[in-house]
Design a protein around this ligand. Structure first.
Ligand code: DLL
Length: 430
């Protein structure tokens, strides 16, 4: 049996009706229970009864990360704390974390939605799932854990460990699916190769990866090195955690869970909806959340809607893989650049997924950009010539393709190893 797929195959009209009813009830709930939203509605003269169609959502101002931060820790909860049965936080790479709560019903829905994305990534009750996300305040591990149990798979809650220990468990426990960040999966794959272990000797078939940006090239590298099918999973704690969107085995975009969330894509500058298929910032409204509902939350994540039907049969729309974050856009000397553009060039030159950090500094009023790039032991330990050649090749390519003069600093292998946590690519100390 394919778990619950019928729910993702709704007729569009029926879906819009369901979304509207759920939106109306969410609006009433937040107006009644969340002083922040009541103030927003009253200040803008918005009548909570004035939502006769989904398009009316455009009357509501966007909710930003700053709004959530200002209400730290519990200011935006729509239920009393005694109704809350679980608390997580956003990973908080910048500033204060955002505290999110779940009622019993929220956890039930979260579990169901994760079960859906696991199923769409190929997982069944016969799988043995190794969860290599950090168990803690981060939503990744617990989210996948309960979803996988709901399907009836066998869950191994390894959490983050050194890659050799992960590999021992992959081998001994006959793991069939790995769940982690893509960069950690690649670290495990590279460690496997260094240890001389043949990936075909493992039982691994599937990898569900997410929580940080990755590229199609990186997917291919992971799939080849681990001999698996790898799918992309997207989510964020402010909305729920993993389970917001996930790829099916077609690997042509991530299906969004439209019966529980309303998705918009806007131009981050004009704040108007982009044209169908254009890239913009993803905005999400929760439709069923009880403890921590949010209206028109600006995720900061850049993507686009993918049009057309998916061969898997799900009718829920798809978004493209996250292309970057609005706040990761590097604006330097008037040029707008995303780390993914630099990454693609590094990948091509090195022939494998690069491990790097981009440092932005200001020297005597002039912005400088330095790429700290990890290199292999061979290149690092000897051969000044090879190092110099590599540096000038990268400099030339970046100058000609992005029009940007850069500095490069080569660093030893594993300088940025983050043991499975999210990798931060841009350090701005200007
Ligand atoms: O990262 C939830 C999650 C856990 C998703 C496990 C998937 C798998 P946060 O820690 O709140 O929640 O971080 C959310 O991470 O706004 C994106 O910028 C980024 N992100 C999440 N998934 C992806 C992805 C979890 N598949 C923030 N591709 C989001 C690119 C992603 N970026």
């Amino acid at each position: 049996m394919i778990w619950d797929i019928q729910k993702e195959c709704m007729d569009r009209e029926e879906l819009s009706q369901l979304q509207l009813e759920r939106l109306q009830s969410t609006i009433h709930r937040v107006y009644r229970n969340v002083p922040f939203y009541r103030r927003v509605f009253d200040k803008n003269g918005i009548d909570p009864d004035g939502f006769g169609s989904l398009e009316d959502i455009s009357k509501i101002p966007f909710t930003t990360k700053a709004d959530l931060r200002e209400n730290y820790p519990y200011g935006l909860f729509a239920v009393p704390l005694r109704e809350v049965v679980r608390i997580h936080t956003s990973s908080g790479t910048t500033g204060m974390p955002i505290v999110v709560g779940y009622t019993k019903n929220d956890l039930k829905i979260w579990t169901e939605l994760v079960a859906r994305v696991l199923t769409s990534g190929g997982i069944t009750k016969d799988d043995v799932i190794q969860i290599a996300f950090n168990y803690g305040l981060f939503t990744g591990a617990f989210g996948f854990h309960y979803g996988a149990e709901k399907i009836g798979a066998s869950v191994i809650p390894v959490s983050i460990e050194n890659p050799k220990k992960q590999i021992k468990i992959l081998q001994d426990y006959k793991t069939t699916a790995l769940i982690s960040t893509p960069s950690y999966a690649l670290l495990i794959a590279n460690t496997l190769i260094e240890m001389g272990i043949n990936p075909n000797s493992l039982y691994l078939k599937f990898g569900l990866f997410g929580a940080e940006p990755w590229s199609e090239r990186m997917r291919q590298e992971i799939e080849e090195k681990l001999k698996i099918t790898a799918t992309d999973n997207y989510g964020l704690s402010e909305i729920m955690g993993p389970g917001v969107a996930g790829e099916c085995l077609q690997k042509k975009g991530l299906h969004i869970q439209e019966d529980h969330f309303y998705f918009e894509i806007i131009d981050p500058q004009t704040l108007q909806p982009v044209k169908e298929g254009e890239v913009g910032e993803l905005v999400i409204t929760t439709l069923t959340k009880e403890a921590f509902p949010v209206l028109r939350f600006r995720t900061g994540d850049l993507t686009r809607f993918i049009s057309g039907e998916c061969a898997c049969g799900r009718t829920f729309r798809r978004i493209d893989r996250i292309m970057g974050r609005t706040d990761d856009m590097i604006i330097i000397r008037g040029l707008k650049i995303f780390p993914s553009q630099i990454e693609a060039i590094l990948h091509e030159i090195q022939g494998r997924q690069p491990n790097y950090q981009i440092v932005l500094e200001r020297n005597e009023g002039i912005d400088q950009i330095t790429i700290m790039l990890e290199i292999t032991e061979e290149i690092f330990s000897d051969m000044m010539k090879e190092q110099t050649q590599l540096i000038s090749k990268i400099k030339e390519r970046i100058a000609s393709e992005l029009g940007l003069p850069i500095n490069i600093k080569l660093v030893e292998k594993r300088s940025f190893e983050k043991r499975g946590e999210k990798i931060k690519r841009v350090i701005d100390i200007r």
